[in-house]
Design a protein around this ligand. Structure first.
Ligand code: FAD
Length: 318
């Protein structure tokens, strides 16, 4: 079922969902299931599965030399989606990237999604490759998520890349895109970034999931500004409970977000990571209760491989 239909069917009740990251190549899927199992009691209508870009690895050649190779360390997004659908009977949302994929490869992936009964995809540009300054599309790939959205939309209406194929078998996707309550790092201004977000919606995006934020006011302002320029699709807040002391540095560095000073002060009082984890649960429960009052359609959690804290938060909320 499409995410937008899940939201309509909920008739104003806030839904619970979460995102998982595929394991590193060489690990099994058991740990992933161990993290999903405790969250299933909260009846997520959908689970997102991220996709990672390819990266450089260095392989010892035995003669003191290193060979640089390019590889994907966390493959398997679509396989995991299929496995989760099969095991838990919930919808899954594979993340589809511009970075590292040609349009043809994207088309093949979408065809696989159709065969697997996957009706939702999250369309993202992806970041620059590790160690590179700027995002470069793959040869024959898309530059912006809005271009990817347009391709997904076309394919859903039977228009494949090669015009010789015009399919009668229509299979439209429900398309999610990313939104940034604190602005995307590369955007010159918030206004510009919102206009680019509108472009994604005009290209066919059906809903938006936000980058994590720790101050709800950022989300409220973002929604208000998006609505003011005519973005009408659901805007789903992305939630991440702070869980370790080094999150104070890592989260702003990786996700280009601010942490409110009141939260920073409380984290700094914690002596152990266990104490930070408790604080993160408390902070997020408060955050979620306020978002519920605002009638958000879904509370979407970034699990990042450890779900015990999300389970406890969901236990307070749902
Ligand atoms: P875009 O929407 O293409 O925007 C990128 C930048 O270009 C922005 O600054 C925007 O203002 C500008 N821009 C957009 N369109 C245009 C245009 N037409 N002309 C000029 N400028 C334009 N990354 C992963 O690698 N894997 C994942 O699974 C993943 N999941 C994510 C899930 C969520 C909910 C979020 C919020 C992010 C996720 N990311 C993921 C990170 C994401 O790939 C990066 O933030 C990336 O830098 C931007 O992706 P985007 O889709 O927002 O890009």
């Amino acid at each position: 079922m499409k995410i937008t239909d899940h939201i309509i069917q909920a008739e104003g009740k806030t839904l619970f969902s979460f995102e998982i990251v595929p394991p590193r190549k060489g690990s099994g899927i058991a740990d992933l299931y161990n993290n999903i199992d405790p969250l299933i009691e909260f009846k997520p209508p959908f689970i997102d599965v991220t996709t990672s870009r390819e990266e450089y690895v260095f392989i010892e050649k035995g003669d003191g030399l290193l060979e640089r190779k390019i590889t994907r360390m966390r493959p398997g997004t679509l396989g995991i989606c299929a496995a989760i659908q099969h095991k838990y009977n919930v919808d899954t949302v594979p993340h589809v990237l511009c970075g590292g994929f040609s349009k043809e490869e994207t088309e093949y992936l979408l065809v696989d999604c159709m065969y697997l009964g996957i009706q939702n995809v999250m369309a993202l540009r992806g970041d620059a490759r590790k160690g590179e300054k700027y995002f470069e599309p793959a040869s024959g790939g898309h530059q912006y998520a809005s271009d990817l959205v347009a391709q997904i939309q076309d394919l859903g209406s039977g228009k494949y890349l090669h015009e010789a194929i015009i399919s009668e078998e229509l299979n439209s996707f429900c398309i999610g895109v990313a939104g940034y309550p604190e602005k995307h790092i590369e955007a010159p201004s918030m206004e510009y970034d919102l206009q680019m977000l509108k472009k994604k919606v005009e290209a066919g995006a059906d809903y938006i999931v936000t980058q994590m934020f720790f101050d709800n006011q950022r989300y409220f302002d973002f929604v208000e500004r998006a609505r003011a320029i005519g973005i009408e699709v659901p805007i789903i807040p992305g939630i991440k409970p702070i869980a370790t002391l080094n999150h104070l540095q890592i989260l702003p560095q990786i996700f280009k977000i601010d942490l409110p000073q009141s939260l920073v002060k409380e984290v700094l009082k914690c002596k152990t990571n266990a104490a930070v984890r408790e604080l993160g649960i408390e902070w997020t429960v408060h955050q979620c209760k306020e978002l519920l009052e605002y009638n958000v359609p879904v509370l979407h959690f970034y699990s990042m491989g450890q779900s015990d804290n999300i389970r406890r938060i969901a236990g307070h909320i749902f």
